[in-house]
Design a protein around this ligand. Structure first.
Ligand code: GLU
Length: 556
């Protein structure tokens, strides 16, 4: 086709739409006035109604890069696949990420009339006019053409290629509509035949080029030879085309996206060149992996098999967002853990995050490591922070406990302090998440308490120990005096008063003092593993302790 015919074809396809000219958008969306180190990043999820750890992982990279460089982080909604769209998904994305302290500076979620949203609209289906302007430009320049192939024709091509053991796809001599005459296009168009708009690739099958990835370094990739689809039959763009147009006009400087997109990078480089756009920087992030407990091998975290893939899981279990953030930063930047240890009082947002320090070989998700981080971090928080966090969580997930347990503020504060080890030589690391904390705290509230564990000693011994315990108990004893009395009970009943003595000569004793203390502990709390029992008794009070022990003695 001649250049005039290309222009005629563009007019034929888009003439009925009132489109702006490309220069209009260049002027409407000027380069952002930011410092020269500033990065503009975006999160570009599809509104599927499911938001997962991988999204948060990516979002944290975007957010940190933008905000440590005085740049901009925005939210774009990629809703070109109508089948995957779910009502309310945008609010879910914003709300879920906000919980983890990830805030967008602009984009979906803000009103487009708001001055922060100068690069909108941020929802792809509201940008069709812009895509068509640039699709038309590509047709005018002979870089795109309509393809009227039917599904049958396309599968015929595929079968032929498969039989000949060739690369499958729409390229070269198999790209039937690529070299049609203007009259052929016009005839098919006038006949109302449905068509997609395809890119006319100038890639060569045996050429490679170097792609610079901010995480992976230089990667050798083959040129793209496929005449990929730019606009689908309904005029909605594909991801490839929308990505090029949007990231150009929203003036993104760094595209952070999953490693599954790396293979499409040759298409994107070609498209940016064809459109005359400057290529942004790219950072392809590794998949989240885990060790499969069954095979002991590494595998991708899966939405279907791993509940911990969903962000909702962390909220429901009551993981403190700060802990999740610390964990993800530990995974993301190899030098974060050391920095955090050396700067325990600094806000983690002060960490000099860098894409260059990101791990290229896959992020291994490890629940034990996360739980350890939670234990450490929670023990370092202020009591009031833990109190507020637990109260908020309970308000949403355990409203009954919220009402009853938090009615006595002093009591619940004492409990939290006990589990954090406040005032003790070293902080305790008992708390992992709100759900687990509430399970532990239930020992303080009679109507929620359960006898979780059986006694380890014979019933007669249990009774004797408990009776003697009650007889000698004085609420005013300090911790030491209280324990001395337990030791005395141990001695009277044939238990060694210290562990060493028992170990040295187990035959001479029925056990040691810890067996006696455990008996009292199980009677009072229903469990053998709790923080300091004397402190627990101080919180529940004399009457409650007596009543719990008496009911064991009576065999209730
Ligand atoms: N909508 C794409 C996805 O959800 C975004 C990829 C990108 O960030 O460019 O995978």
């Amino acid at each position: 086709m001649t250049s005039e015919e290309n222009i005629k074809l563009a007019e034929l396809l888009f003439g009925h739409e009132e489109l702006k000219i490309p220069a209009y958008y260049e002027a409407l969306y000027p380069y952002r006035e930011l410092g020269n180190k500033a990065e503009v990043t975006r999160l570009a999820p599809s509104p599927t109604g499911f938001i997962h750890l991988g999204n948060l992982y990516s979002a944290l990279v975007d957010e940190r890069v933008a905000h440590t460089s005085d740049g901009v982080f925005y939210l774009r909604i990629e809703d070109t696949d109508a089948k995957r769209k779910v009502e309310g998904a945008v609010d879910l994305i914003i709300d879920s990420l906000r919980y983890f302290d990830i805030e967008f500076d602009e984009g979906a979620g803000y009103d487009d009339a708001d001055p922060v949203n100068a690069y909108g609209p941020y929802v792809q289906t509201e940008r069709v006019e812009i895509y068509h302007t640039f699709a038309k430009k590509l047709v005018e320049e002979g870089k795109a053409y309509p393809c009227f192939c039917t599904e049958e024709e396309l599968s015929g091509i595929r079968e032929e290629q498969e039989a000949a053991k060739l690369l499958t796809g729409y390229y070269g001599e198999y790209a039937i509509c690529r070299n049609w005459t203007f009259d052929q296009y016009k005839e098919a168009f006038d006949a109302g035949r449905p068509y997609v708009l395809r890119f006319r690739s100038d890639g060569s099958p045996d050429k490679e080029f170097i792609f610079k990835d901010e995480i992976k370094g230089e990667v050798k990739l083959p040129e793209n030879i496929h005449d990929i689809v730019l606009l689908k039959k309904d005029g909605i763009p594909t991801y490839h085309f929308a990505h090029a147009v949007d990231d150009h006009f929203m003036r993104t400087t760094l595209v952070v996206r999953g490693t599954e997109w790396l293979a499409s990078a040759p298409i994107h480089v070609q498209l940016f060149n064809a459109l005359g756009f400057k290529l942004p920087k790219y950072a392809h992030t590794a998949h989240m992996m885990k060790i499969d407990p069954e095979t002991d091998g590494k595998r991708k975290l899966s939405k279907r098999n791993d509940p911990e893939m969903s962000l909702a899981y962390y909220r429901e279990e009551g993981f403190h967002p700060h802990c999740i953030k610390v964990y993800l930063l530990t995974l993301l930047n190899s030098n974060f853990e050391e920095w955090h240890k050396q700067n325990p009082d600094k806000n983690i947002n002060e960490f000099p995050f860098s894409v260059k320090n990101m791990n290229n070989s896959g992020a291994l998700f490890d629940m034990d490591k996360l739980e350890n981080i939670c234990k450490n971090e929670l023990s370092q928080l202020q009591v009031i922070e833990v109190y507020d966090f637990l109260a908020d969580w309970a308000h949403r997930y355990e409203p009954e406990k919220k009402k009853i347990w938090f009615a006595d503020e002093a009591k619940i504060t004492d409990i939290i302090m006990l589990y954090m080890g406040v005032g003790q030589k070293r902080r305790r690391k008992d708390l992992v998440n709100a759900k687990q904390a509430f399970d532990q705290f239930s020992i303080f509230f009679n109507e929620f308490r359960k006898q979780e564990e059986d006694f380890k000693l014979p019933a007669e011994d249990v009774k004797t120990i408990l009776k003697e315990y009650l007889e000698s108990f004085d609420y005013n004893d300090d911790n030491q005096k209280w324990f001395d009395k337990i030791s005395a009970i141990a001695e009277r009943n044939g238990f060694a008063t210290d562990r060493k003595a028992y170990k040295a000569d187990p035959e001479s004793f029925r056990g040691d003092v810890s067996d006696v203390a455990t008996t009292v502990r199980i009677a009072v709390t229903g469990r053998s593993n709790t923080p300091d029992l004397w402190s627990i008794i101080q919180i529940i009070g004399l009457e409650e302790m007596e009543s719990r022990i008496n009911s064991v003695i009576k065999g209730e």
